[in-house]
Design a protein around this ligand. Structure first.
Ligand SMILES: [Zn+2]
Length: 219
């Protein structure tokens, strides 16, 4: 894949985050890794306004911006640190999905409740509120980024990662759906999660095949 293709793919998933109401206004930021660089949304843009050439190219090792022009998202450090420490992360999606935020106002650990969530996302971690755009948030995220593909940021939003943009993006959709389902159920009574055995059953042998099948359905 060329950097041109990466830029176009970023536009595609950036538009999806807005269309699917995972972010409003100029909030949220997404990035993808490509050959030692990361391509990150510029600061001050709504994600669906970013044109292919406007994604900011940053050298992952040095942290230097290697193309001219726009300022990178204020969460540049969060993305940068996560790529440096986790070679398996190929893309990061940070959004402000309403049900996820609502969830963090009242709860911390999102239980695993249904098979798609277990196969596509697995566990979701929680980090308490820290001031956005600071290296405090970057440090808090990077500490857990290798342990789970989705992290709820208290009173703030969600970060998901994946081997590629598609995987990171769909994880955001699934976690938001999970938070929504949890909150609906919780309004009635204590939600019933999958048991550890039920989760492990999905996460074991069939996991990879099942995940691929789901992702193909989502095309
Ligand atoms: Zn944010």
């Amino acid at each position: 894949m060329s950097s041109t293709a990466i830029r176009e793919e970023l536009c595609k998933y950036a538009r999806k985050t807005v269309t699917n109401k995972l972010v409003v206004g100029p909030g949220g930021n997404i990035s993808a890794r490509h050959e030692g660089k990361m391509y990150l949304s510029p600061s001050g843009f709504a994600l669906d306004e970013v044109e292919p050439e406007q994604w900011v190219e940053v050298d992952i090792e040095s942290g230097e911006i290697t193309d001219i022009g726009l300022r990178p998202s204020s969460e540049v450090l969060m993305h940068l640190y996560a790529y440096r420490v986790n070679p398996n992360i190929g893309a990061i999606v940070h959004t402000h999905p309403p049900y996820c935020i609502a969830f963090t106002l009242v709860e911390r650990e999102l239980p695993i409740m249904f098979p798609d969530q277990a196969a596509l996302v697995g566990k979701t971690l929680y980090v308490p509120y820290v001031l956005p755009t600071t290296d405090k948030l970057a440090d808090a995220y990077v500490e857990v980024a290798g342990q789970a593909s989705s992290v709820l940021l208290g009173n703030h939003g969600l970060v998901t990662s994946g081997r590629n943009l598609r995987e990171a993006y769909y994880r955001t959709e699934v976690v938001e759906e999970s938070a929504k389902i949890y909150l609906i159920a919780k309004a009635i009574r204590e939600p019933k999660a999958l048991t550890k055995e039920e989760f492990e059953e999905i996460a074991s042998l069939e996991s990879e095949a099942y995940r691929i099948q789901l992702l193909q359905k989502m095309k």
